[in-house]
Design a protein. Structure first.
Length: 139
């Protein structure tokens, strides 16, 4: 079953830009074989990742992601079946953003920014709204 999963986590200080580059290289190498696609938003201290693929491939990958020592405080925001992939051509798209003041290069509304802040802080867990924002950011 095709599934989407969204999580947020706290980026540890040991996750340097070089380490982040290694993560993205591994995604580019391994995700096509797994049939997994997605996007990653990151800042100096936060990650928000959306991944999609077959449930049987996604869940072991998520367990591996949770064990990665470059982040902690992993919190599942949303998981559920999808009819088709939202980011079918992205092995792992990535953008750096300033989560603290929500500076994005793309056009998103103040309501989008508020929703995003609420997701990062654990006050909201509406995966569909997050996906809509990610689609704007990764247009």
């Amino acid at each position: 079953m095709l599934t989407q999963l969204i999580y947020v986590s706290r980026r540890k200080p040991n996750c340097t830009e070089a380490e982040l580059s290694k993560i993205l290289d591994a995604c580019t190498k391994n995700n096509p074989e797994l049939g997994v696609t997605g996007v990653l938003l990151y800042s100096g201290e936060k990650f928000l990742q959306y991944v999609e693929g077959e449930y049987g491939q996604l869940m072991p990958l998520y367990e591996k992601i949770k064990q990665d020592n470059r982040h902690d405080e992993v919190r599942l925001v949303s998981i559920g079946p999808i009819a088709k992939k939202t980011f079918p051509s992205w092995q792992m798209g990535a953008k750096q953003v300033a989560f603290d003041n929500m500076e994005f290069d793309s056009v998103i509304t103040n309501e989008d920014k508020e929703i995003f802040q609420n997701v990062l802080s654990g006050k909201e867990e509406d995966g569909l709204r997050v996906i809509n924002i990610l689609q704007k950011v990764f247009k």
